[in-house]
Design a binder for this molecule. Structure first.
Ligand code: 1PR
Length: 535
């Protein structure tokens, strides 16, 4: 190995840095892991992908002597790239858990985004950067969308001005990247920002042989609306994992054999959607409530292979819950989720188990801290936890007929009912529960969900458009991002949902699998309608 092909990685073990590893390897570099502080001091180039919480990260770095080594390395102007928390830790302190001291290399306090500024927190998704100086690694990135996922940010001030190389706008102007000499750090995730992100990493890695060109400034943007491709995955009757797709959650062909509809192979389709411009890919293991995920090796394999060359966020759902196996061994939902994260997932999505947790919370008013939702978001952060809701529309004559929040529906029910509530279900729509989508959304936000994936059983696979009544109801109930799902049939359905509701993203499955509507046509249409998207 030539020294030029090796990059040192500081992974202090607090979370998943698999995607960063995959991105570095895809660019032809080998990774040397930091084991002790001297490895930092001896590095030729160091990448620090901070993950987890600020305070926990500082504790680890202080305890094992890495904090001091990092400060020395950076003060000596050695090639450094911090990512996300790896940027925040360079500042004096963070308000993440009280006021916690950081490495203190850059003046300023890292604070939380303020949802009273009309933005949803966490900040999840694609924003364009405004370049403020030539930093050498961002030359073609000005005005391009890159992927962010965070609730805390540093803001520009006179004291830190000289460090700032780009900013971004989300409720307020925040620091998207910093640079001084050979020291760089970015708040966004280059490893999850498609080709644009890979080009940033490549320029950092080649810095010795690279002559920087003048950067394009670019205009800062609002948050782009995301277009997500969803792969419902399950084992077919031969035991192979296939991508399937239901009509109102029925995934079997209406033939004599009644086989599971097979629309392709998960890894291949995910790669295709990445190339086609999907902003995210979601895998839902739709029989996860039956199978034990840790024994469900094919799904872990799917994630491992996919994350090797799909550089946008990956979500996996299905079967995330506590479990006792046939041998009496108990696994916590946290262990199940950790296995998914280690295999390449950026977010996990919880369905049935979140319904039970919300019901208990509403009944008792007590947050036990023990639900899968609470445990996973405590350890991995709420931006890593999506709650997937599978509601079914129930028409009523009067809002007072039920204890759940109703909406006046655009199209009256079969007996002329003008109102409906949306009943949550578990086990893939098989069992209705005594809780509405509105009540569930509010409860899971309080319990630590970072995002809501809002399906609708009535609309699933129908191609008649998203359920605007439902999406409006839920997206107005919470301050976390809501992904509209179920029912997309034509490009106009995407502009409709973004115009009429506060959804942050729209997800579709059938139209992409059947190649009826390519992802780029959706994006072109949205652009034509003046809705910001990543191209
Ligand atoms: O309860 O935590 O084990 O999670 C199970 C997960 O599997 C949930 O996220 C649940 O939504 C999903 N699921 C379970 N059964 C089905 C099924 O279809 N029989 N799929 C299912 C849900 C719905 C959407 C679909 C959109 C878009 N799939 O994700 O992709 O409706 O489809 P369209 O664009 O074709 O209309 P747990």
């Amino acid at each position: 190995q030539s020294a030029d092909s090796v990059v040192t990685l500081l992974d202090y073990g607090a979370g998943n840095v698999r995607s960063v590893r995959n991105a570095i390897r895809s660019l032809g570099y080998n990774i040397k892991d930091v084991q002790k502080p001297e490895d930092i001091l001896n590095a030729d180039r160091l990448i620090f992908p901070g993950v987890g919480a600020f305070a926990a990260a500082m504790d680890v770095l202080n305890q094992n002597g890495m904090a001091e080594a990092l400060c020395t390395y950076i003060e000596n102007d050695r090639p450094f790239l911090g990512i996300c928390l790896g940027l925040q830790l360079l500042f004096e302190s963070s308000e993440e858990k009280g006021l916690v001291k950081g490495l203190g290399l850059i003046p300023g306090v890292v604070g939380r985004f303020d949802s009273s500024n009309g933005v949803r927190v966490p900040h999840i998704g694609w924003n364009a950067l405004q370049i403020t100086k030539d930093s050498g690694i961002l030359e073609d990135v000005g005005g391009q969308h890159v992927y962010f996922v965070h609730s805390y940010r540093a803001i520009p001030s006179n004291a830190n001005q000289e460090w700032i190389s780009s900013t971004c706008n989300y409720g307020d102007n925040f620091i998207a990247s910093v640079q001084r000499g050979n020291v760089h750090a970015v708040q966004f995730h280059p490893e999850k920002s498609g080709d644009v992100g890979l080009s940033v990493l490549a320029r950092f890695l080649q810095s010795k042989s690279y002559t920087a060109k003048k950067a394009t400034k670019g205009k800062a943007s609002k948050l782009a609306k995301r277009v997500i491709a969803c792969l419902d995955v399950r084992a077919n009757d031969n035991g192979d994992l296939v991508v399937t797709k239901g009509d109102q959650y029925d995934v079997r062909e209406h033939t004599k054999e009644n086989e599971v509809r097979n629309l392709g192979k998960p890894v291949e389709l995910a790669r295709q959607y990445y190339k086609d411009g999907a902003d995210e890919v979601s895998f839902l293991n739709i029989t996860g409530f039956r199978d034990f995920p840790l024994g469900d090796l094919p799904m872990l394999e799917v994630l491992r292979y996919t994350s090797e060359n799909v550089f946008v966020p990956l979500t996996v759902g299905g079967g995330i819950r506590d479990f006792t196996d046939g041998n009496g061994r108990h696994y916590s939902s946290l262990e199940v989720a950790s296995e998914y994260f280690r295999s390449g997932a950026d977010k996990v999505s919880i369905g049935s188990d979140a319904v039970y947790a919300a019901e208990a919370y509403i009944r008792t008013g007590v947050k036990t801290g023990n639900s899968s939702l609470e445990q996973i978001s405590r350890v991995y952060g709420n931006q890593a936890v999506v709650v997937s809701i599978d509601p079914r529309r129930v028409y009523v004559r009067n809002p007072g007929d039920v204890e759940f929040k109703t909406v006046r529906v655009a199209n009256p029910g079969p007996a002329g009912e003008e109102y409906a509530w949306y009943q949550c279900t578990v086990n893939g729509g098989r069992e209705g529960r005594p809780i509405g989508a509105y009540e569930l959304a509010k409860a899971v936000e309080e319990l630590g969900a970072g995002e809501i994936l809002l399906n609708c059983i009535d609309c699933d696979g129908q191609g008649k458009g998203f359920d605007i009544d439902l999406i409006e109801l839920v997206s107005n109930a919470v301050t976390i991002p809501v992904i509209a799902s179920s029912g997309a049939g034509v490009v106009e359905h995407f502009s409709e949902v973004f115009r009429k509701t506060n959804a942050s993203a729209a997800l579709a499955a059938g139209i992409f699998h059947r190649k009826e509507v390519p992802i780029h046509s959706v994006k072109e249409h949205l652009l034509k309608e003046s809705i910001e998207v990543r191209v």
